[in-house]
Write a protein that binds this ligand. Structure first.
Ligand SMILES: [Fe+2]
Ligand SMILES: [Fe+2]
Length: 316
C-alpha cells in the first residue's frame, strides 16, 4: 500500500512486490471500498493462469494489462492483448486459460470480492482435460491411451526403463497434449492440409504442454511433454532436437503417441491394425528408438498391448 493523505492513496511503483521466480504470482490489494476491490497481479514468466467465473454471476471484473501481454484461449480462437489494452468480464460461465507473454502485470478491478480471479494452474489440471474433452473428444481419448501405452512400455522394459519415476511418466503422458487447449477447435479437427498460420498453432502445442506442466511438476516432466514430437534424427518439432537431447522417457511417449494416432480413426487417416502400426514403427528406426519399438512389437504380439482392450470408456 502506498502512503495516504487527504483521502488520497498513492500506489508507488515497486510498492507491490514483484515475483522473484519465473512462474510465480503475487497479488497485491491496492484498495478496497465496500464490495469493490482493486488489485495488482504480478505474474512471472510465460505462465498459464486461469480466468474463473465469479461466485456472484452479476459481478463485473475489469482487467488492464499494465505490463506484458496475455492470450485468452476462447472457443473460437486466441485473443491477444498487449500492454495498455484491457478487457471486462461479466457472466463468465467456465474457466478460460490465459497464457502470459512473459512477466506480466495486470491491474484488476472487481465488484465481487473474496474470490480468486486468477487461480494457479495446478488446481485446474484435470478440469482442463475435461474441457479438452468437450472441445475435442479425440485428444481426450488419445491422452488416456497414450498414458496406458507409455506405462505398458515402461513396465515391460524392466532394467532398461528410463530413469524417471513411473508416476512422473504417467503425468507427462496423460497431459502431453494439454497445450492443445490453445489450438482452436476448427484447426484441431480440420482434415487434410493446414495453412501456414494454422500449422503454427499445432507446432506450438508441445511447448505449451511443457510450460503448463513445468509450473507444477518441474522440468523432468515438462521435458517429456515438450519433446514428444521430436524425432531421433532431428526431423521432429518444435526444435528439431536429435538423439540424446530427447530424453528416453519422451521417446517412449512419442512411440505411444504415434502408435495411438496410427491405430485410431481421426476421420481422415487410414486406420492401421496394432500389428501393422508396431511393424511400421520398428521400421522407422531413424526416428523412433528401436529399444522401444521392439518392446512395443512384442507387447502387441503377445496381446499385452491390445488397442481395443485399452480404449477409454466413453464419458457419459
Ligand atoms: Fe502432440
Ligand atoms: Fe498426442
Amino acid at each position: 500500500m502506498g502512503d495516504g493523505m487527504d483521502g488520497i492513496q498513492f500506489n508507488r511503483i515497486g510498492a507491490a512486490s514483484a515475483p522473484t521466480n519465473e512462474n510465480e504470482a503475487v497479488t497485491t490489494l491496492l484498495a478496497k471500498q465496500g464490495e469493490l476491490e482493486i488489485m495488482l497481479h504480478n505474474i512471472g514468466g510465460e505462465s498459464v493462469v486461469w480466468l474463473t467465473p465469479a461466485k456472484d454471476t452479476s459481478a463485473i471484473e475489469f482487467f488492464f494489462v499494465h505490463e506484458g501481454g496475455v492470450d485468452l484461449a476462447l472457443d473460437d480462437g486466441l485473443v491477444s492483448l498487449e500492454t495498455g489494452e484491457s478487457f471486462t468480464v461479466c457472466g463468465l460461465t467456465r474457466d478460460i486459460p490465459v497464457k502470459l507473454h512473459g512477466d506480466t502485470r495486470i491491474l484488476y478491478v472487481t465488484s465481487c470480492p473474496s474470490f480468486a480471479s486468477f487461480q494457479r494452474f495446478e488446481e485446474s489440471l484435470v478440469a482442463l482435460l475435461m474441457r479438452v474433452n468437450e472441445k475435442d473428444h479425440y485428444t481426450y481419448r488419445h491422452s488416456g491411451a497414450v498414458l496406458r501405452f507409455s506405462l505398458a512400455l515402461y513396465d515391460a522394459m524392466g532394467e532398461d526403463a528410463p530413469a524417471v519415476a513411473r508416476d512422473d511418466l504417467a503425468v507427462a503422458a496423460l497431459f502431453h497434449d494439454v497445450g492443445k487447449c490453445f489450438v482452436p477447435v476448427e484447426i484441431l479437427q480440420k482434415p487434410g492440409r493446414l495453412e501456414q498460420e494454422e500449422l503454427r498453432y499445432i507446432l506450438r502445442h508441445p511447448v505449451d504442454s511443457g510450460r503448463m506442466l513445468l509450473q507444477e511438476f518441474g522440468e523432468q516432466i515438462a521435458e517429456i511433454a515438450r519433446n514428444h514430437h521430436e524425432r531421433m534424427d532431428g526431423s521432429g518439432y518444435p526444435r528439431g532436437l536429435s538423439g540424446e537431447d530427447i530424453s528416453f522417457a519422451s521417446q517412449i511417449v512419442a512411440v505411444a503417441d504415434v502408435f495411438d494416432a496410427m491405430t485410431s480413426d481421426r476421420g481422415y487417416n487410414e486406420v492401421k491394425t496394432s500389428e501393422a502400426a508396431a511393424e511400421e514403427l520398428v521400421s522407422l528406426s531413424r526416428q523412433f528408438n528401436q529399444k522401444i519399438t521392439l518392446v512395443l512389437k512384442r507387447l502387441v504380439a503377445d496381446g499385452t498391448l491390445n488397442k481395443e482392450e485399452h480404449e477409454l470408456h466413453e464419458q457419459a
